[in-house]
Write a protein that binds this ligand. Structure first.
Ligand code: FES
Length: 167
C-alpha cells in the first residue's frame, strides 16, 4: 500500500472522532492494532485503504503492516458490504459438507454471479474460513446471526427473512 497517493481527508469526521476516542483510551496502540481495526470496521462498515493509513499513523505502524493484517484475516473487509453481509464458511468441516454448493445457491438466488454486493446494496456475499462452529457445518453467518446445518433447500427461506425485513 503506497502512502503517497492516499489521503485521509475524505474520511467522515464524525466517525473518525469516534474512532479517535476509542484509540485514545488504549495504552499500547500497537499491541491493540487488531482491536483498533475491529472498531474501525464497526464504525465505518469496512476498512478502506485511507482508513487503514489513518489507523497506521495513529498506532505508529507502517501502513504496509496494517494492510497485511487486514488482508490476512477474513473478518476484515476492504470493500463496502451490503446491508446484510452473508458469510459462508469454507473451512474444512463446512467444505466437506457442501459449503461450495451453498455459496452457489446464494449467488444464484440473489442473482449475484460474480458480484460482491447486490445492485440494491442490500446483500453482500463473501466466503470466510472456519468460524469456530464446525459442529454445525455447513455454517452461514448473516451479520451476527449463525445458521447451522444449512442445505441448499434452506437458502431461499433464509434470504426471504431478510428480503422482507425493514431497512
Ligand atoms: S469449518 Fe466451518 S465452522 Fe469450522
Amino acid at each position: 500500500m503506497s502512502n503517497s497517493v492516499l489521503s485521509t481527508e475524505h474520511l467522515d469526521k464524525t466517525k473518525l472522532a469516534e474512532l479517535d476516542k476509542y484509540i485514545a483510551g488504549l495504552e499500547n496502540k500497537q499491541e491493540a492494532i487488531i482491536h483498533i481495526l475491529h472498531r474501525g470496521q464497526e464504525i465505518f462498515g469496512y476498512l478502506p485503504k485511507e482508513l487503514q493509513l489513518y489507523i497506521a499513523r495513529k498506532a505508529d505502524l507502517p501502513a504496509a503492516k496494517v494492510n497485511g493484517i487486514v488482508s490476512f484475516y477474513s473478518f476484515f473487509s476492504q470493500e463496502p458490504s451490503g446491508q446484510y453481509q452473508i458469510s459462508i464458511c469454507l473451512g474444512t468441516a463446512c467444505f466437506v459438507k457442501g459449503a461450495d454448493a451453498i455459496i452457489k445457491e446464494f449467488r444464484s438466488q440473489l442473482d449475484m454471479a460474480d458480484k460482491r454486493v447486490s445492485d440494491d446494496g442490500r446483500f453482500s456475499i463473501r466466503d470466510v474460513r472456519c468460524v469456530g462452529a464446525c459442529g454445525l457445518a455447513p455454517v452461514v453467518v448473516i451479520n451476527e446471526k449463525i445458521y447451522g446445518h444449512v442445505g441448499t433447500d434452506d437458502v431461499a427461506g433464509i434470504i426471504e427473512q431478510y428480503r422482507g425485513a425493514e431497512g
